[in-house]
Design a protein around this ligand. Structure first.
Ligand code: TXA
Ligand code: MG
Length: 307
């Protein structure tokens, strides 16, 4: 089947309440019609996700986003600068039917994002409305960044699946709440500095954890225990290096490039997790600047440190 036929088939599956594996520039998503509570329930079930964790409504463009969420001046500025792209805005809900209660976990706010991946854009345009698309992993597992990983996680629950190749960014979108003072709920590829340059200082997510229920649980976890900021692996550990240091095992970026490390993170965590006979994964220190803030956030969550 060619790409146009694939998109038409996926859009039809969504219209009849089915689920679709959706490539985005960040990670693979498990998409459903945001207005259809039965379809949204099927997403929660496929992920094994607690239903109090709200989903992101994906839209083709800012015009559609303005129909479902109340945009203020800060939201306009951020969307103009970073959409389509890896930024999610949490705003007051404007159309409660377009993104059903279950998708918002009963909140009076909605998370919206316009993804940049061409297949995501094509599907959103063909479908013609907002799609919820949580990362396509089962709850608590690393987000899939390849088509094969997405299929392995939740592919069995879907009516259609789009193969968009490996995800360019490899980490979930940055989530910013614009309800009162702006808050960084989840660091990501759009960095804190880039956002603050446009709308001023961001408060910490922790102070507002209640508003982002997904941040309360251990996340992105492989099965093996993780030891962070390790100087070198112990005898029974797999090594997940960064930069020139380190030896056998995996290296997120031998050149010490944070963008490359982000793109490799989840796939290498999965690969390290499959190492036979290993008792744990030792991870080299990653600088906490720029995209490093998001990488370290995901690593701390994978290691079970929640905050
Ligand atoms: O990059 C991404 O954002 C990927 C791709 C597929 O688009 N999607 C994704 O969705 O990561 P998900 O469901 O795995 O993560 C959504 C995050 C969760 O931490 C959730 O708690 C938060 O966004 N969230 C969603 N709606 C919210 C709301 N109304 N208020 C606060 N946080 C919200
Ligand atoms: Mg997720």
């Amino acid at each position: 089947m060619d790409a146009t036929a694939d998109i038409a088939k996926a859009a039809a599956a969504l219209k009849s309440g089915g689920l679709v594996i959706l490539p985005t520039e960040t990670v693979y998503g498990l998409a459903a019609d945001a207005a259809n509570p039965r379809a949204v329930a099927a997403v929660y079930e496929a992920k094994g996700r607690p239903s109090f964790n709200p989903l992101i409504a994906h839209v083709a463009d800012i015009t559609t986003a303005r129909r479902i969420a109340r945009f203020d001046d800060r939201a306009e500025r951020l969307a103009a600068a970073f959409w389509p792209g890896p930024l999610t805005l949490v705003l007051p809900i404007a159309d409660e039917a377009a993104v059903c209660d279950l998708a918002r976990a009963g909140l009076d706010t909605v998370a919206v994002r316009a993804p940049g991946h061409p297949l995501a854009q094509a599907l959103l345009k063909a479908f013609g409305g907002p799609l919820v698309a949580p990362s396509a992993n089962r709850s608590g597992r690393p987000s899939p960044t390849t088509f094969a990983d997405a299929m392995e996680e939740t592919g069995a629950s879907t009516a259609a699946a789009l193969d968009g190749g490996p995800c360019a960014i490899g980490l979930e979108s940055t989530v910013v709440a614009l309800l009162d003072q702006p808050r960084l709920l989840r660091p990501g590829a759009v960095t804190r500095a880039e956002i603050e340059a446009l709308i001023g200082p961001l408060s910490e997510a922790e102070a507002d954890a209640r508003r982002s229920p997904g941040r309360l649980t251990r996340h992105y976890a492989p099965n093996l225990p993780l030891r962070l900021n390790a100087e070198e692996p112990r005898g029974d550990e797999v090594w997940l290096g960064f930069g020139p240091r380190g030896g056998a095992g995996f290296n997120l970026s031998p050149d010490g490039d944070l963008t490359e490390a982000a793109a490799n993170l989840f796939a290498y965590l999965r690969a390290a997790d499959r190492s036979l006979g290993a008792a744990g994964i030792a991870v080299a220190p990653i600088p906490d600047t720029g995209l490093g803030e998001a990488i370290n956030d995901r690593l701390r969550r994978a290691a079970g440190f929640v905050g």
